[in-house]
Design a protein around this ligand. Structure first.
Ligand code: UDP
Length: 237
Protein backbone atom coordinates (compact mmCIF):
# COMPACT_ATOMS: atom_id res chain seq x y z
CA UNK A 1 0.00 0.00 0.00
CA UNK A 2 1.36 3.41 -0.91
CA UNK A 3 1.83 6.31 1.48
CA UNK A 4 -0.91 8.76 0.38
CA UNK A 5 1.42 11.70 0.99
CA UNK A 6 3.69 10.59 -1.83
CA UNK A 7 2.33 9.55 -5.21
CA UNK A 8 5.14 10.69 -7.46
CA UNK A 9 8.64 10.79 -6.05
CA UNK A 10 12.11 11.54 -7.27
CA UNK A 11 14.98 9.39 -6.07
CA UNK A 12 18.42 10.98 -6.18
CA UNK A 13 21.20 8.42 -6.18
CA UNK A 14 24.76 9.53 -5.50
CA UNK A 15 27.16 7.86 -7.89
CA UNK A 16 28.97 6.33 -4.92
CA UNK A 17 26.03 4.02 -4.11
CA UNK A 18 26.88 2.06 -7.28
CA UNK A 19 30.49 1.50 -6.18
CA UNK A 20 31.84 -1.88 -5.20
CA UNK A 21 33.77 -2.59 -2.00
CA UNK A 22 36.98 -2.88 -4.04
CA UNK A 23 36.57 0.63 -5.45
CA UNK A 24 35.12 -0.46 -8.81
CA UNK A 25 33.12 2.54 -10.04
CA UNK A 26 30.05 0.61 -11.18
CA UNK A 27 29.72 -2.76 -9.48
CA UNK A 28 27.03 -4.90 -11.17
CA UNK A 29 26.06 -6.69 -7.95
CA UNK A 30 25.81 -3.45 -5.95
CA UNK A 31 23.90 -1.75 -8.77
CA UNK A 32 21.60 -4.76 -8.91
CA UNK A 33 20.82 -4.42 -5.21
CA UNK A 34 19.99 -0.74 -5.64
CA UNK A 35 17.72 -1.69 -8.56
CA UNK A 36 15.90 -4.19 -6.35
CA UNK A 37 15.18 -1.47 -3.79
CA UNK A 38 13.75 0.67 -6.59
CA UNK A 39 11.73 -2.24 -8.02
CA UNK A 40 10.21 -2.95 -4.57
CA UNK A 41 8.98 0.62 -4.30
CA UNK A 42 7.77 0.67 -7.91
CA UNK A 43 5.77 -2.49 -7.26
CA UNK A 44 3.91 -0.68 -4.48
CA UNK A 45 2.44 1.73 -7.03
CA UNK A 46 4.55 4.86 -6.72
CA UNK A 47 5.50 6.89 -9.77
CA UNK A 48 9.25 7.05 -9.78
CA UNK A 49 11.79 9.43 -11.31
CA UNK A 50 15.49 8.77 -10.71
CA UNK A 51 18.42 11.18 -10.97
CA UNK A 52 21.86 9.61 -10.86
CA UNK A 53 25.09 11.38 -9.86
CA UNK A 54 28.53 10.73 -11.28
CA UNK A 55 30.90 11.14 -8.36
CA UNK A 56 31.94 7.48 -8.46
CA UNK A 57 33.53 8.19 -11.84
CA UNK A 58 34.35 11.87 -12.20
CA UNK A 59 33.77 15.08 -10.27
CA UNK A 60 34.36 18.38 -12.04
CA UNK A 61 35.39 20.34 -8.96
CA UNK A 62 37.98 17.78 -7.86
CA UNK A 63 39.42 17.57 -11.37
CA UNK A 64 39.55 21.38 -11.63
CA UNK A 65 41.54 21.48 -8.39
CA UNK A 66 44.13 19.32 -10.13
CA UNK A 67 44.38 21.60 -13.16
CA UNK A 68 41.49 20.73 -15.47
CA UNK A 69 39.50 23.58 -16.90
CA UNK A 70 36.36 23.64 -14.75
CA UNK A 71 33.72 23.71 -17.47
CA UNK A 72 35.39 20.88 -19.40
CA UNK A 73 35.72 18.86 -16.21
CA UNK A 74 32.05 19.43 -15.43
CA UNK A 75 31.02 18.20 -18.89
CA UNK A 76 33.08 15.08 -18.21
CA UNK A 77 31.23 14.70 -14.91
CA UNK A 78 27.90 14.98 -16.69
CA UNK A 79 28.97 12.28 -19.15
CA UNK A 80 29.78 10.10 -16.13
CA UNK A 81 26.20 10.46 -14.94
CA UNK A 82 24.98 9.14 -18.29
CA UNK A 83 27.07 5.98 -17.81
CA UNK A 84 25.58 5.54 -14.35
CA UNK A 85 22.06 6.11 -15.69
CA UNK A 86 22.58 3.37 -18.28
CA UNK A 87 23.90 1.05 -15.57
CA UNK A 88 20.81 1.65 -13.42
CA UNK A 89 18.56 1.24 -16.45
CA UNK A 90 20.25 -2.05 -17.30
CA UNK A 91 19.94 -3.34 -13.74
CA UNK A 92 16.24 -2.37 -13.56
CA UNK A 93 15.36 -3.90 -16.91
CA UNK A 94 17.10 -7.14 -15.92
CA UNK A 95 14.54 -7.51 -13.15
CA UNK A 96 11.59 -6.55 -15.33
CA UNK A 97 11.16 -2.86 -14.56
CA UNK A 98 10.39 -0.80 -17.66
CA UNK A 99 12.54 2.34 -17.88
CA UNK A 100 13.56 5.26 -20.04
CA UNK A 101 16.71 7.35 -19.74
CA UNK A 102 16.48 11.04 -20.60
CA UNK A 103 19.61 13.15 -20.78
CA UNK A 104 19.84 16.91 -20.29
CA UNK A 105 22.61 16.78 -22.93
CA UNK A 106 21.02 15.26 -26.05
CA UNK A 107 22.76 12.11 -27.29
CA UNK A 108 20.24 10.51 -29.54
CA UNK A 109 22.02 7.21 -30.16
CA UNK A 110 22.26 6.52 -26.44
CA UNK A 111 19.04 7.73 -24.83
CA UNK A 112 16.20 10.20 -25.17
CA UNK A 113 16.73 13.92 -24.71
CA UNK A 114 14.96 15.45 -21.72
CA UNK A 115 11.42 16.33 -22.79
CA UNK A 116 9.25 17.04 -19.80
CA UNK A 117 5.91 16.10 -21.32
CA UNK A 118 7.32 12.88 -22.69
CA UNK A 119 8.75 12.07 -19.26
CA UNK A 120 5.30 12.58 -17.72
CA UNK A 121 3.86 10.21 -20.32
CA UNK A 122 6.46 7.57 -19.40
CA UNK A 123 5.40 7.77 -15.77
CA UNK A 124 1.76 7.39 -16.78
CA UNK A 125 2.77 4.27 -18.71
CA UNK A 126 4.27 2.83 -15.55
CA UNK A 127 7.89 3.36 -16.54
CA UNK A 128 10.68 4.57 -14.28
CA UNK A 129 12.27 7.66 -15.83
CA UNK A 130 15.99 8.07 -15.19
CA UNK A 131 17.30 11.59 -15.72
CA UNK A 132 20.97 11.91 -16.68
CA UNK A 133 23.45 14.78 -17.13
CA UNK A 134 22.12 16.88 -14.26
CA UNK A 135 20.81 20.23 -15.45
CA UNK A 136 23.00 20.00 -18.56
CA UNK A 137 25.25 22.92 -17.62
CA UNK A 138 28.62 23.11 -15.90
CA UNK A 139 28.98 24.67 -12.43
CA UNK A 140 25.97 22.69 -11.21
CA UNK A 141 25.63 19.31 -9.53
CA UNK A 142 23.21 16.46 -9.87
CA UNK A 143 21.65 17.57 -6.58
CA UNK A 144 20.51 20.70 -8.40
CA UNK A 145 19.43 18.51 -11.30
CA UNK A 146 17.40 16.40 -8.88
CA UNK A 147 15.73 19.44 -7.30
CA UNK A 148 14.97 20.91 -10.73
CA UNK A 149 13.48 17.71 -12.11
CA UNK A 150 11.52 17.13 -8.89
CA UNK A 151 10.01 20.61 -9.26
CA UNK A 152 9.17 20.41 -12.96
CA UNK A 153 7.85 16.84 -12.73
CA UNK A 154 5.61 17.90 -9.80
CA UNK A 155 7.12 15.31 -7.47
CA UNK A 156 5.74 15.12 -3.94
CA UNK A 157 9.18 14.56 -2.41
CA UNK A 158 12.84 14.21 -3.23
CA UNK A 159 14.39 11.09 -1.69
CA UNK A 160 18.15 11.29 -1.46
CA UNK A 161 19.60 7.77 -1.29
CA UNK A 162 23.13 7.81 0.11
CA UNK A 163 25.37 5.60 2.20
CA UNK A 164 24.50 7.40 5.46
CA UNK A 165 21.14 7.23 7.19
CA UNK A 166 20.33 10.92 7.43
CA UNK A 167 21.67 14.34 8.34
CA UNK A 168 23.91 14.68 11.39
CA UNK A 169 25.04 17.73 13.35
CA UNK A 170 28.63 16.65 12.59
CA UNK A 171 30.23 14.09 10.28
CA UNK A 172 29.30 10.74 11.91
CA UNK A 173 32.31 9.08 10.26
CA UNK A 174 34.66 11.52 12.03
CA UNK A 175 32.89 12.72 15.18
CA UNK A 176 31.86 10.19 17.83
CA UNK A 177 28.49 11.08 19.33
CA UNK A 178 27.26 13.03 16.30
CA UNK A 179 23.45 13.07 16.39
CA UNK A 180 21.02 12.56 13.55
CA UNK A 181 18.12 14.95 12.97
CA UNK A 182 14.69 13.37 12.46
CA UNK A 183 13.43 16.54 10.82
CA UNK A 184 15.13 19.81 10.10
CA UNK A 185 14.11 22.99 8.26
CA UNK A 186 15.51 24.06 4.91
CA UNK A 187 16.74 27.27 6.49
CA UNK A 188 18.63 25.45 9.26
CA UNK A 189 20.34 23.23 6.69
CA UNK A 190 21.36 26.36 4.78
CA UNK A 191 22.40 28.47 7.77
CA UNK A 192 24.42 25.66 9.39
CA UNK A 193 25.88 24.79 5.99
CA UNK A 194 25.10 21.10 6.58
CA UNK A 195 26.51 18.97 3.78
CA UNK A 196 23.34 17.32 2.58
CA UNK A 197 22.83 18.72 -0.87
CA UNK A 198 24.28 21.86 -2.32
CA UNK A 199 22.66 25.13 -1.30
CA UNK A 200 20.99 25.83 -4.64
CA UNK A 201 19.28 22.42 -4.54
CA UNK A 202 18.02 22.97 -0.98
CA UNK A 203 16.79 26.47 -1.86
CA UNK A 204 14.95 25.22 -4.94
CA UNK A 205 13.23 22.50 -2.90
CA UNK A 206 12.30 25.07 -0.25
CA UNK A 207 10.88 27.48 -2.82
CA UNK A 208 8.93 24.65 -4.50
CA UNK A 209 7.82 23.20 -1.16
CA UNK A 210 9.32 19.76 -1.87
CA UNK A 211 10.44 17.82 1.21
CA UNK A 212 13.89 16.21 1.01
CA UNK A 213 14.19 12.78 2.65
CA UNK A 214 17.77 11.66 3.26
CA UNK A 215 18.21 7.93 3.87
CA UNK A 216 20.59 4.99 3.43
CA UNK A 217 19.72 3.14 0.25
CA UNK A 218 22.35 0.48 0.87
CA UNK A 219 20.31 -0.92 3.74
CA UNK A 220 17.95 -3.54 2.40
CA UNK A 221 14.27 -2.57 2.60
CA UNK A 222 15.00 0.91 3.90
CA UNK A 223 13.74 2.84 0.86
CA UNK A 224 10.34 1.14 1.02
CA UNK A 225 10.23 1.51 4.82
CA UNK A 226 11.11 5.21 4.77
CA UNK A 227 8.41 5.81 2.16
CA UNK A 228 5.90 4.30 4.57
CA UNK A 229 7.08 6.67 7.29
CA UNK A 230 9.10 3.92 9.00
CA UNK A 231 12.83 3.25 8.72
CA UNK A 232 15.61 5.70 9.49
CA UNK A 233 15.91 9.03 7.68
CA UNK A 234 16.05 12.79 8.06
CA UNK A 235 13.28 14.87 6.53
CA UNK A 236 14.08 18.44 5.45
CA UNK A 237 10.94 20.55 5.16
N1 UDP B 1 27.74 18.13 -13.23
C1 UDP B 1 27.58 19.36 -13.84
N2 UDP B 1 26.31 19.87 -14.01
C2 UDP B 1 25.21 19.21 -13.57
C3 UDP B 1 25.37 17.96 -12.93
C4 UDP B 1 26.63 17.44 -12.78
O1 UDP B 1 28.55 19.98 -14.22
O2 UDP B 1 24.09 19.72 -13.76
C5 UDP B 1 29.09 17.51 -13.13
C6 UDP B 1 29.92 18.04 -11.99
O3 UDP B 1 31.27 18.10 -12.43
C7 UDP B 1 29.79 16.96 -10.94
C8 UDP B 1 29.73 15.72 -11.78
O4 UDP B 1 28.98 16.12 -12.93
O5 UDP B 1 30.90 16.91 -10.06
C9 UDP B 1 29.09 14.52 -11.12
O6 UDP B 1 27.89 14.88 -10.47
P1 UDP B 1 27.75 14.95 -8.87
O7 UDP B 1 29.04 15.41 -8.26
O8 UDP B 1 26.54 15.74 -8.56
O9 UDP B 1 27.51 13.41 -8.53
P2 UDP B 1 27.23 12.69 -7.11
O10 UDP B 1 28.02 13.42 -6.06
O11 UDP B 1 25.77 12.78 -6.86
O12 UDP B 1 27.67 11.29 -7.33
Amino acid sequence: MTNPRYKRILLKLSGEVLMGPDGVAIDPAVTGRVAEEIADVKAQGYELCVVVGGGNIFRGLAAAAKGFERATADYMGMLATVMNALAVQNALEQIGVDTRVQSAIPMQSVCEPFIRRRAVRHLEKNRVVIFAAGVGSPFFTTDSGAALRAAEMNCDALFKGTSVDGIYDADPKKVAGATRYDTISYDTVLSKNLKVMDASAVALCRDSNIPIVVFNIREHGNFAAVLQGEGVSTVVR
